[in-house]
Structures are given as structure tokens and as C-alpha cells.
Ligand binder design. Structure first.
Ligand SMILES: Cc1cc2nc3c(=O)[nH]c(=O)nc-3n(C[C@H](O)[C@H](O)[C@H](O)COP(=O)(O)OP(=O)(O)OC[C@H]3O[C@@H](n4cnc5c(N)ncnc54)[C@H](O)[C@@H]3O)c2cc1C
Length: 267
């Protein structure tokens, strides 16, 4: 289906991009276009102006600080994460990016677009919450940093509001991480997913069961403690053609245990 007519701008600085986003009420940032162009084709979104982020060098690149903190530019693609020597400092990032859709989507889709679209079935929102990442947001009044667990506000809604851009994601050092999902077919949309990071206790973030990832903490040494933590969260997931709410609650326990087992190095 053809797109509705839309204005297009391709700024070369974050400052100009933020100015353009603030000047036009109907403006939307365009990253890899793997979600946005599809929803525009389906007429589910109809922006007046697309602000293409492709030429923003400040949003590209992956750097590893001496203290082990990874800086991932918002416009870094999944394929770039998978190929990056620096990103291997936190190997789960490349492992999870490799599970997203297919090679075409991985070559175009960006980590910034993934978290900013905050589709509850996406892979990266629970991962970023479990890893304790920090999201860097630029707006007309300057920059701010938001912890991942406060970034996701609702379905398709994040702390990067109108007129703002996610510029970078910082991921603290660590290696004891895991991710598990039950998807619709191989590499398909997740029915339930869970990410875990173990550093003393386990930080577990469950996806697809609520509008935003559900963050839990549990003793990683005992599978029963992980299951109990999931049960104690009283999850209220949706029912749809792929899974009932009860089945999703059941899967949430299973993927949480698997993610923690991988994080402990026991998978
Ligand atoms: C066939 C198919 C299967 C897929 N399967 C999966 C899957 O299994 N798991 C998964 O996680 N994803 C999946 N996706 C989605 C894919 O990962 C998208 O790449 C991702 O959701 C959006 O990234 P993008 O770079 O394409 O962003 P775009 O589509 O360009 O943008 C998405 C949204 O984020 C906003 N945005 C983008 N970047 C920024 C920024 N820096 N600051 C502020 N706002 C921004 C845009 O304005 C837009 O609202 C799939 C997509 C397709 C086409």
C-alpha cells in the first residue's frame, strides 16, 4: 500500500533534529523504519513530517569506557551490535539481537527504535530493564538520563516524549545475564519473554505480560525462589489467539527460571 503524502527532513545534528521535532506537532522520528513505515502503510499512524535520524553521527557507534560501561548510540542496528567487539563486553546484547526477526529487519532496525516503540512483545525493553541500563534523552531544554525501569511508561509510550530524542543507552558492566522467550514460531513475535541479570540477587524483567516490563528480584540460587517471585507479582497478562492469560502466567515462570539459569551459567 502507498504511504500518505508526508514531509521529510534529514537533519545533521541532534540540536536540529530536536528543533524540527518540537516545531511540528505531527512530526515523528524515523530510525530504521521497521515499525514506523509499516504502521504508516496500515494507516495506524499518520505523521505530517518524518525526521530521518540517518545522518546523526552522534547517535551512531558503540563505545566501551575504561570502567566497562557500554555506550550504544540509539541508531546502532541489531546487526552492528552482533558484529561489535565492544558489545561483547556484555554478550547477552548480541545474543538477543540475533533472535530478533530476520536478517533484513536486523540490518535496518535500531536499538533506539526498538525501545522507543515499546511494543510490549519486543525483545529489548525487558533486556534493558534487567541489565539496569540508562537511557539518555535530548530535548529542547537539554539532556537527561532516565533508568530503563522508568523509561517504559505504557504500550507505545516512553519517557522520550514529543519533541525529544533518545540519543544513547548506557549499559553497566556485567556478564551474568540470560534471556529466554517462547515465541510464535522460530524467531517470531514473543508470547512471553524474560531477561535476567545476576549480581548477588537476580534482576528479572518479564515481557509481554503487561504494558511495560515487570521487574522482579529473586534469589538466583533456587528455581523455586524465582517461580515464587513471578507468582507473587500477580501478573495480569492479556489473552489472545496465541495464548490465554493463564498460559502466559505459566510461561512467565518457565522463561524466568530459564533466563536466571543462563545468567548463572547453568543452561
Ligand atoms: C517482520 C518484522 C518482525 C519483527 N519482529 C520483532 C521481534 O520479534 N522482536 C522485536 O523486538 N522487534 C521485532 N520487530 C520490530 C523491529 O525490531 C523494529 O526494528 C523496531 O521495533 C523499531 O526499530 P526501528 O529502528 O525500525 O524504528 P522505527 O520504526 O523507525 O521507529 C519506531 C518508533 O520509535 C520512534 N523512534 C525511533 N528512534 C527514536 C529515537 N532515537 N528517539 C525517539 N524516538 C525514536 C519512532 O518515531 C517510532 O515511533 C519486527 C519488525 C518486523 C518488520
Amino acid at each position: 500500500m502507498l504511504l500518505r503524502e508526508v514531509e521529510y527532513a534529514r537533519p545533521t545534528s541532534v540540536q536540529d533534529a530536536v528543533r524540527l521535532l518540537s516545531e511540528h506537532d505531527g512530526a515523528r522520528a524515523l530510525a530504521g523504519g521497521q515499525t514506523l513505515i509499516n504502521v504508516m502503510k496500515a494507516r495506524a499512524a499518520s505523521p505530517d513530517v518524518l525526521i530521518d535520524l540517518q545522518d546523526l553521527e552522534e547517535l551512531k557507534g558503540i563505545d566501551l569506557a575504561p570502567d566497562g560501561t557500554l555506550g550504544l548510540g540509539a541508531m546502532v542496528t541489531y546487526s552492528e551490535v552482533m558484529a561489535s567487539a565492544e558489545a561483547r563486553a556484555r554478550p547477552i546484547l548480541g545474543e538477543v539481537c540475533a533472535q530478533i526477526a530476520d536478517v533484513q529487519v536486523r540490518n535496518r532496525g535500531t536499538i533506539g527504535g526498538n525501545v522507543c516503540s515499546n511494543d510490549p512483545t519486543n525483545h529489548l525493553p525487558p533486556l534493558m530493564v534487567a541489565l539496569g541500563a540508562t537511557m539518555h534523552i535530548a530535548g529542547s531544554s537539554g539532556e537527561r538520563a532516565v533508568p530503563a525501569e522508568e523509561f517504559f511508561l505504557g504500550v507505545y509510550l516512553t519517557a522520550a516524549g514529543p519533541g525529544e530524542l533518545l540519543t544513547k543507552i548506557s549499559v553497566p558492566p556485567g556478564k551474568s545475564d540470560g534471556f529466554a522467550a517462547v515465541a510464535i514460531g522460530k524467531d517470531g513475535t514473543c508470547i512471553v519473554n524474560a531477561a535476567a541479570s545476576v549480581n548477588g540477587s537476580a534482576r528479572i524483567a518479564i515481557g509481554c505480560v503487561d504494558a511495560v516490563p515487570v521487574l522482579l528480584r529473586a534469589d538466583p540460587a533456587e528455581d523455586d525462589a524465582v517461580r515464587s517471585a513471578v507468582r507473587a507479582a500477580s501478573l495480569d497478562p492479556p489473552s489472545d489467539v496465541h495464548a490465554s492469560a493463564d498460559y502466559r502466567r505459566h510461561l512467565a515462570e518457565i522463561v524466568a527460571v530459564r533466563a536466571v539459569a543462563q545468567a548463572r551459567g547453568k543452561h
